[in-house]
Each structure stands twice: as C-alpha cells, then as structure tokens.
Design a binder for this molecule. Structure first.
Ligand code: ADP
Ligand code: ZN
Length: 659
C-alpha cells in the first residue's frame, strides 16, 4: 500500500519528534490491545495517531475499511479531556458508539434521533464528565444548549469525520458542516483538529484544509487499493441463474445485490424469496417504515441478502458484508467502487462480482438522456453534464470488457498506479491467450471509414457481421464494401474488438447522445497494416462453480476455508450462534460483538485460558470480562451456556450510554 505522509515539508521535524513519539506509541499500542484487542496498527494509523498525540492538526485520507476510527479513538482515550466527533449520519454515529460501548469506552451521541428528554440527560452526563468520546451532528454544534456545555468542557480534540462534506466539489456537500469553523472559533481554547475522509480529489483535499482552517496539518494518504476484495466481471447468458449459483455457494454470509431499477429489485427479490433465500429489499419506492425495518433486518443479520437499488448503502457501516453482486452494471466507476467497497470493511476476504449485459448500457443511457436531477441547469450546462456522464458510462463499460487486471483498471481510473497483475481478480485468475485481431480491426475501422463516420457501435458491428435488419436496409448498409466481411466472427467477439479499439484510441466515440464512432489519428496505421492489434482473449469461459472451487475463501488470518478441519468448522458455527445470541441480548448487530475474523482466529487458537483468549485478535479486556467466559466454554465444545449459569453480568449498550 502506498503511503504518503507530509507536513508542509517538515520531514526532519517529524523525525526529531519520533523519539518522544516512541513512548507515546508504545502506550497507544497498549490502548489498542486493551480496548480493541488488536496487536498492531495498520498502515497509516501510526503516523496519524502520533501526529494527533503531538497536538498537531491531522488529516487522514484512507479508503473505506482501512480503519480510520481507530486513528482518533486511540488518541482520544489517551488525551486528557473530551473528544468531539462530528459525523453526518445518524446510523454511522449509532454504530460507532455501540462499538465503543461494547469495547468498554464511555461514549454517546447527540443527534436528532434522541428525544428532548434523552438529549438533556445525555448532555447532563456529558457535563459530569461521563463520556470520553461524544459524537455530535454538525447542526447541533452552535445551538445554545450545546455551546453552553462546550464552553465549560475540556475539549481535547475535535474530529471531523467524513470531512469531504465541507466541500462543494464533492457529491456529499453538507452546508451544516460549515458550522464547524464557527463552533471552533467560539471555544475558549482551540482543541487539536483532526479530519478524516475516504474520498479526496485534489480540489476536495485543498477545500478541507482551507475551510476547516487546519493549521500546518500532517496529511497522510494511503492508497485506494482494497487488497481483500476480489473483483470479477461475468457476462452470463442467464444472469439470475448465475447469481443464484453464486449465492448458493455463500450460505450463511451477508451480502448485497445491487440492481439498476426498482423493477429489477422487486423481480430478483421475489424470485429469491420464493426459492427460500434469506432476503430483504430496499429502494426509494418503499415507505419509510418498510425501508427502515428491512435495513435493520440486514444489519442485524436477520436477513442475509439485501437486494437494493443504489438508494441503499449510504451510512451503512456493516463490516461483515462478504459479497456485493451487481446484477446490473452501474452508471460509472465512482458508483461501482463505492458500492462494491461496502464489502469486506472488516478487512477479511470479500467478493465483488459484476454481472454485465448489453441492456445495462441501454438502461444507463436512458437515465442520462432523461436525467431529471439537472433541471435547474441551463441548456449548455445540461449538455456538458450529460456528455461527462456518457464518458463515465463508457469507462464503466470498458471495465466490463477489459481482459487486463481489474484492480489495475480501477486504480488507474482513480489516478493511481497498480500493477498489471494482482492475482485476486477474475482476469488475473483466468487463462488468456494473446490473439492477433488485426484482420477484425481492419474490417471494423474500414467499415467506419467507408460509411463516412456516421454510425454508432451497433450498426458497425451488425454491418461487418452481415446482419439483415431493418436498420441495415434503411441505411443501405448492405452496399457497404465491408458488409458481411467478418460474418464468421461471433458478434460478442466483434464487440470486444470494437471496445479494445476504443480503449486504446484506434477509434473514438462521440460524447453526444448519438455516440457516433469516429476515426482517430491512429486508425490509419491499422488499415495500412503498419501496426498489428493483439489483444487478450479468454481461453475458455470459466464455469463459475469451478472457479469458486479453485479459489476457496482465504481469511487474512492465514488459512483458507478448506484448511479448516471439520472440528473447526463446527466450532465456527457454534461461535457464530453464540455471537447471535449475545448480539440479541445486547441489542447490537453481531459484528459489533466480534468480527468474523475474531471468530476465525478463535477457532485456530482454541483458547483454554483467559490469557489465551486475550491473545485472539479483536478480544479486548472489556469484551473478555463481558462475554469471554461464554466464548471459552463454547470453544471447549459445550454449546451455548445460559447467561445466568456463567455469572457474567452484561448491561445493554443503551444502559452503558446512560440514556
Ligand atoms: P473506516 O472508517 O476507515 O471505513 P473502520 O474504522 O470502520 O474503517 O475500520 C474497519 C474495520 O477494521 C473495523 O472492524 C475495525 O475494528 C478494524 N480495524 C481497524 N484498525 C485495526 C487494526 N489495527 N487491526 C485490526 N483491525 C483493525
Ligand atoms: Zn488482477
């Protein structure tokens, strides 16, 4: 993973501070182990924590799932005083506070989900110094009640989570985020400010530093790669059958199926339900109540599979999502990476599969041409936006057609350099052969030229293939000298070559609604055979079931699922059942109790004593005291023990928050 760390060029200053930092950092490691049960920091975390502990403003840019929260939660526990965390979404706050409470940290949230009475009570407890970390909605900051509290409190740090919300450049601009600066200015003493985000183009990054008035901040950006995600693209004849096959191979796992339209959601949901899958659904056409209930069913793992449109997901922090299947190709790579990125936030292996069909392009085109979101724009701007959207759609389509490493394609799209082989995507794991397609390329380019660059992709492919359609006859394409020249090549292959030619600049498609194929300065060389076109073609279409067999699930903990013995598999299932039971008692989602990774590690370590249990990654002291004993018993093979019998006291998350 690439890490860039800078502090306005003050590298040497940073190094000088290191000696001091060392004792801080060994303490930070202890805090990490004690509360969160982890043995070591992930990349980027140490730099950020050290900077905060030096009381330096700090700005962390890390992809989803990289572990941003730890970067401010660990120093918050070490600093004298309270840490305020500004977060835009109620669901995010709730999730984080529940996680902290389960780890034994006193934390609370202040937002509109509390009744007036609960809010007053929480604020009262905050005044008494009950909480170390308080999550607060930005619009609350400058209210009288909150200011009254903040003026008296010892605020050590202010954390701006999802910091891109301050920038108008981003997609998620929230005017209430601008209140943060106003709030800071009102405080009697300026706390350390830290900001975190997963999205940061240069404009957004500069905006965050400027708007939040960060003072000489340490900026740490880790790469956007998510190595634990496996990427795959398939173009199956029967999407539903293909998806069903995939789901059958992932029993008991949490996953999301994204569809482009409500109609698809309903259709897929109904069929899956009929076939007995544990499934729920989400789209903007459902009532508020139903949406909320379905979302909770998924988060609390009462339903395994969520079938949804892109309306689902914002603020969903469920860390144990093991797969994201795209039933349709989304509109652009930004959406795809964001949606697929909801898999594997816990850092464990997860799969992102995109099921492509030509119809997806048509549907997306339709959305672009009929976009109602841009009504307030003038005609010129609307056209520009539509052109940009078409270009993005094209880049998305190329992703579905490329035979190169998919991860590399994604990273390049976002301006990073990957390597040409990641070993964890369907292209890297398929066998390809290099095929000389110059003849096909000549036919296609020749046809574009002979028809005077007036037609779109489909017409060109149909012409060289020699199709006999009404459209061909209407435009008299059967008289084109290239008509039927490539009749022997299957159309899907011709389309692949066509895409390859566009991707590498031998042809160009206009960005307007007509999407006309045009020649480029590179076209001529192909026609003259000065250049040969060689591209990778799949040797054999891999059968999904076979592919899965070869690629058994690999836990990052170092074993594959196949290496699990039968005993361990049974143990894992027992532990999972116990986790569900405890989650129910605690009224929190199961992944808040322990992550899958922690359970897997438990199966490997097979702890017999408290010390051995504490050596399991993710088991901190507080959680051990709360339910460690029950898990110990469970590892020994005795199934779930009733709560009373173990003598372990638990209190609900709400009780701990004191509200
Ligand atoms: P982000 O906010 O960057 O999307 P989170 O803070 O939600 O990511 O962290 C993602 C997951 O990684 C959580 O389950 C968290 O407990 C885990 N995690 C964070 N830091 C570490 C670490 N140092 N070691 C092991 N797991 C970690
Ligand atoms: Zn790859």
């Amino acid at each position: 993973m690439r890490i860039v760390c800078w502090n306005n060029g003050a590298e040497s200053g940073y190094k000088k501070q290191r000696r001091n930092g060392n004792s801080f950092m060994s303490l930070a490691k202890k805090v990490l182990k004690q509360y969160f049960g982890y043995d070591s920091f992930r990349e980027g975390q140490e730099e950020l924590i050290e900077s905060i502990l030096r009381k330096q403003d700090t700005f962390g840019i890390m992809p989803t799932g990289a572990g941003k929260s730890i970067c401010f939660q660990v120093p918050a526990l070490m600093m004298e005083g309270i840490t305020l965390v500004i977060s835009p979404l109620i669901s995010l706050m709730k999730d984080q506070v529940e996680g902290l409470n389960q780890a034994g940290v006193h934390a609370a949230y202040l937002n509109s989900s509390l009744t007036a009475g609960q809010y007053q009570k929480a604020l009262g407890l905050a005044r008494q110094g009950r909480y170390k970390i308080i999550y607060v909605a930005p619009e609350r900051l400058v209210t009288d009640a909150f200011l009254d509290f903040a003026m008296q409190a010892n605020i050590a740090m202010l954390v701006v989570d999802e910091a891109h919300c301050v920038s108008q450049w981003g997609q998620d601009f929230r005017p209430s985020y601008l209140k943060i600066v106003e709030f800071i200015e009102k405080l009697p003493k300026r706390p350390v400010i830290s900001a975190f985000t997963a999205t940061a183009t240069k404009e957004v990054r500069d905006d965050i530093i400027d708007i939040l008035l960060l003072q000489n901040p340490t900026v740490t950006a880790t790469g956007f790669d998510r190595p634990n995600l496996y990427f795959a693209v398939q173009s199956p004849k029967d999407k539903y059958a293909s998806m069903k096959n995939f789901l059958q191979m992932h029993p008991g796992q949490s996953g999301i199926v994204y569809c482009l339209t409500r109609r698809y959601v309903e259709e897929v949901y109904e069929r899956l339900k009929e076939e007995g899958f544990s499934v729920t659904k989400y789209h903007a056409g459902l009532g508020d109540g139903e949406r909320k209930a379905n979302q909770e069913d998924f988060i609390y793992s009462r339903a395994e599979i969520m079938v949804a449109t892109n309306a689902f997901g914002m603020g969903i922090d469920k860390s144990d999502v093991r797969f994201v299947v795209h039933y349709n190709m989304p509109k652009n790579m930004e959406s795809y990476y964001q949606e697929a990125g909801r898999a594997g936030r816990d850092g464990e292996a997860a799969e992102c599969v995109l099921l492509y069909a030509g119809q997806d392009v048509v549907t997306n085109q339709f959305f672009i041409d009929n976009n109602k979101d841009n009504q307030e724009l003038d005609e010129v701007m609307r056209r520009l936006v539509a052109e940009r959207d078409r270009e993005r759609l094209r880049k998305m389509t190329f992703y579905c057609f490329t035979n190169e490493c998919l991860r590399d394609y994604i990273l390049r799209y976002f301006g990073e350099y990957g390597s040409s082989y990641c070993g964890n995507c369907s292209n890297c794991l398929s066998r390809f052969e290099e095929v000389d397609v110059t003849e096909m390329a000549k036919g296609i380019i020749g046809c574009v030229q002979a028809s005077r660059q007036r037609f779109g992709t489909a017409m060109i492919v149909d012409t060289v293939h020699g199709a006999n359609t009404a459209k061909i006859r209407k435009y008299r394409m059967e008289t084109n000298p290239y008509y039927g020249k490539l009749a022997k090549a299957p159309t899907h292959k011709l389309r692949k070559v066509m895409n390859h030619l566009q991707l590498y600049g031998y042809l160009h498609v206009t960005n307007d609604e007509f999407a006309i194929v045009k020649l480029t300065e590179k076209s001529e060389a192909v026609l003259k055979e000065e250049e040969r076109i060689v591209m990778k073609m799949a040797k054999e279409e891999e059968h999904p079931a076979k592919a899965k067999k070869e690629k058994s699930r690999k836990w990052t903990i170092g074993v594959t699922e196949d290496e699990f013995t039968k005993t361990e598999e049974e143990m894992f299932e027992r532990l999972r059942a116990l986790r569900t039971e405890i989650a129910r008692e605690e009224k929190v989602p199961p992944y808040i109790v322990f992550s899958d990774k922690t359970l897997v590690h438990m199966c490997i370590v097979k702890p017999k004593t408290k010390e051995e249990m504490l050596s399991v990654s993710g088991v901190g002291e507080f959680k051990y005291e709360k339910y460690g004993g029950r898990f110990l018993t469970c590892v020994q093979g005795e199934s779930k023990t009733p709560l009373q019998a173990t003598g372990y006291q638990t209190c609900s998350a709400a009780e701990q928050r004191g509200i």
